[in-house]
Design a protein around this ligand. Structure first.
Ligand code: SAM
Length: 377
């Protein structure tokens, strides 16, 4: 649930308003409502709602930022509606023509890309509908909110730049429509998935931008110190360092005529078109081949966590795509790159690594026969 977000700065130490109450700081507001939520969680009737998360009180409280976001059905929703809602008044006529609007919006916007979610909708595709059907201060409900873009759109109606407003108003004028009323709407966003509500909450709740950016910078610096070396490669000039963006791995097959190993990508990739060719020759015996004629090769290894023997298709790193001085480059791996990969492979896994089977996943089968043609176990 997001509420009055643009009124509160989110800055630590600033006094804040929440549901008609004033608190000395965001921390004071959070403490007050966490106390109320802790009480609520002790109520068996509250916990017996269908679909209530199985998490402990401590886990739910640790994830929540009440009253805006609770990692369970939000008990403050009624207070929110009472505070911001207007009782239905039959004498006030509500009427809007159905709106047809082009919702084609690019997906390259920084806000859109801040967090991914399946079937995610760009907030700018939602804004025109909110502007058309509602007025500033109204409550917008999205009961299937996913990553919370309806909440972002509701806030955007009060934050849109002068240029955005002008372009939209000109567009509406051309369609014979009157200009919308700009100003934030309140949003109630809800989802069945705890991950979705967590993403949605973090998209929508006011935060201390300076503190967030300091913490983010520190996290990135720590990561750079810890694993930055894994992403370094030496450019083809033999001295300048580049930053690896991704590594292309190729499956290894066996030639049905001479049993020689075939690196699929090396033999089939057309460097000009970057497409793999359907027909090619075996690099060992020159037999004419297609992918269908090849036999896939497998490797077995011991899973370091479960101790199970696992079988996977044989793959080798074949190309590196990296960035250097703002330009993209591609190269075959050199001896140093292979050394780095070996060093990574030899690193031990963290002891606290969780190893519970993911829900619905079949039991991992221990490979007893090696002649099977099944894929990854
Ligand atoms: C199409 S997605 C919404 C994506 C969203 N428009 C966005 O921009 O991220 C639909 C959402 O509905 C949620 N959902 C499905 N059944 C639900 C239910 N019974 N109650 C609440 N949410 C549900 C799913 O978890 C999913 O996140």
């Amino acid at each position: 649930m997001n509420d009055q977000l643009n009124m509160n700065s989110g800055k630590t130490g600033d006094a804040v308003e929440c549901l008609g109450m004033t608190f000395l700081s965001e921390d004071a507001r959070r403490d007050h409502f966490l106390g109320l939520l802790a009480e609520k969680l002790k109520d068996p009737a509250f916990r017996s709602q269908e679909g209530f998360p199985q998490g402990t009180d401590e886990a739910i409280l640790a994830m929540s930022d009440p009253p805006y976001y609770t990692a369970c059905p939000n008990p403050f929703l009624e207070d929110f509606i009472n505070h911001y809602g207007k009782p239905y008044d039959p004498s006030v006529k509500y009427s809007r023509e159905p709106q047809t609007v082009d919702v084609t919006v690019g997906k390259t916007d920084a806000l859109y890309k801040a967090h991914s979610y399946h079937t995610k909708v760009p907030h700018l595709a939602i804004v025109p509908s909110i502007l058309h059907y509602t007025e500033p201060g109204d409550i917008v409900l999205d009961a299937f909110s996913g990553s919370g873009m309806t909440g972002v759109a509701a806030q955007w109606c009060g934050l849109a730049s002068a240029t955005f407003r002008h372009e939209l108003e000109m567009d509406w004028k051309r369609q014979g429509k009157i200009a919308p009323k700009w100003g934030a709407r309140h949003a109630v966003i809800n989802d069945l998935s705890p991950a979705a509500t967590f993403i949605g909450a973090n998209y929508n709740i006011a935060l201390d931008v300076e503190r967030f950016s300091q913490a983010g910078r520190k996290l990135l610096d720590d990561l750079e110190n810890d694993i930055g070396w894994m992403y370094e490669t030496i450019h083809t000039d033999g001295k300048t360092k580049g930053r690896i963006e991704y590594t292309v791995w190729s499956e290894i097959f066996s030639c049905p005529h001479c049993s020689g190993e075939i690196n699929f990508l090396d033999e089939t990739l057309d460097e000009g078109t970057k497409r793999v060719q359907d027909d090619f020759s075996c690099p060992h015996c020159s037999a004419k081949l297609t992918k269908k004629k090849l036999e896939k090769l497998f490797e077995t290894s011991v899973d370091p966590i479960t101790g199970n023997v696992i079988r996977t298709s044989k793959r080798v790193p074949t190309r590196l795509c990296y960035e250097m001085g703002g330009k993209k480059y591609e190269k075959k791996l050199d001896a140093l790159d292979l050394e780095v990969l070996k060093k990574i492979e030899e690193l031990s896994l963290p002891t606290a690594l969780p190893h519970e089977r993911m829900m619905h996943a079949p039991e991992v089968s221990v490979v007893k026969t090696f002649g099977s043609d099944r894929g990854v176990d």
